[in-house]
Design a protein around this ligand. Structure first.
Ligand SMILES: [Zn+2]
Length: 307
């Protein structure tokens, strides 16, 4: 029987806009880590997983651009779709809805989630009421009235959120880990600092339209693919902590053991994240030879753990 590679990573773009230089940087770091591990004699594989569940925002030209960018970066993909048609026929997340639902069912059975009908406006008012607006890391989660009301999860107005008591545990873990690390602006530093404000309102795990949230799809996909190493931007550090807790509570043995490496973000001249800056996702960007050279140098500068 063939043995599985010991380093299994993935590139997981969301084609809700054209990818930008920040995505290219992330992909090159994934590739670089695989090269470092390979030099240490680990068998490695890079999977392409396209997060296309949000069909309202995904467009064929964005999908095509994902493959064009990977080709321009010369990143070899070992597993996953070879092109747009292959993706649509065999790899769409739409085909895995039942697997995502199974994990959500498990979360419901274990009492990890509650049905919430609060609108965005209600949530904003609750956050305001508790006087925690503007804090990067809230210390206590919000208990909205829905928790006690035990609303029906399938009602059309209701999403599913993580239980506030569980969100408190995650927030505490974030605070502890944050104390241990020194945030840095160096884009090549492995840092653990939240890139965005984190809401005191527990995160949504199933949306109002009954589609699984990003945390659920990534848990199921990475668990199924037995991913061992993930490279992410520092803005996803809070998601990592949450997902690690969810993996433990939901007993996902592979995800619980994943090694994470968070990198700094390439920002525009105004200091904004590229994903949030106007125009970054509006044109099908491909790197110039100078940009490619610069990006490769940045990736070479990174020091990955050889584990
Ligand atoms: Zn609510």
């Amino acid at each position: 029987m063939a043995t599985l590679p010991t380093f299994r990573t993935r590139i997981a773009p969301t084609p809700s806009g054209y990818l930008h230089i920040g995505n290219a940087y992330n992909f090159l770091l994934v590739h670089r880590w695989a090269q470092v591990m390979s030099a240490n004699r680990a068998a490695t594989s890079i999977r392409l997983r396209i997060d296309d569940l949000d069909q309202e925002r995904v467009r064929p030209e964005y999908l095509r651009h994902t493959f064009d960018l990977l080709a321009a970066l010369e990143i070899p993909i070992d597993l996953g779709p070879k092109d747009v048609a292959d993706h649509l026929s065999h790899y769409s997340q739409r085909d895995r809805l039942s697997a995502y639902q199974l994990l959500l069912d498990l979360a419901m059975d274990q009492g990890l989630v509650y049905a919430c009908r609060c609108s965005r406006r209600t949530v904003a008012a609750l956050v305001n009421e508790q006087g925690i607006t503007g804090q990067t890391l809230p210390t206590d989660s919000i208990h909205c009235p829905c928790v006690a009301q035990q609303l029906h999860p399938d009602h059309e107005d209701n999403c599913l959120r993580l239980m506030p008591t569980k969100w408190d545990q995650v927030l505490q873990a974030m605070a502890q880990q944050q104390q241990k690390s020194t945030p840095s602006e160096d884009i090549s530093d492995p840092i653990t600092a939240p890139g965005d404000d984190i809401s005191a309102m527990p995160p949504v795990l199933r949306r109002r339209d009954k589609l699984p949230a990003y945390h659920i799809t990534t848990l199921v996909d990475d668990e199924t693919h037995q991913i061992t190493h993930i490279v992410r931007g520092q803005d996803l550090w809070p998601s990592t902590i949450l997902q690690q807790y969810l993996a433990t509570w939901l007993n996902l043995p592979h995800f619980s053991k994943i090694h994470f490496w968070h990198h700094g973000l390439i920002r525009n001249e105004a200091g904004e994240k590229l994903s949030k800056s106007a125009g970054a996702n509006k044109t099908p960007w491909l790197p110039s030879s100078n940009e490619l050279k610069w990006l490769r140098e940045q990736a070479l500068d990174c020091h990955f753990d050889a584990q």
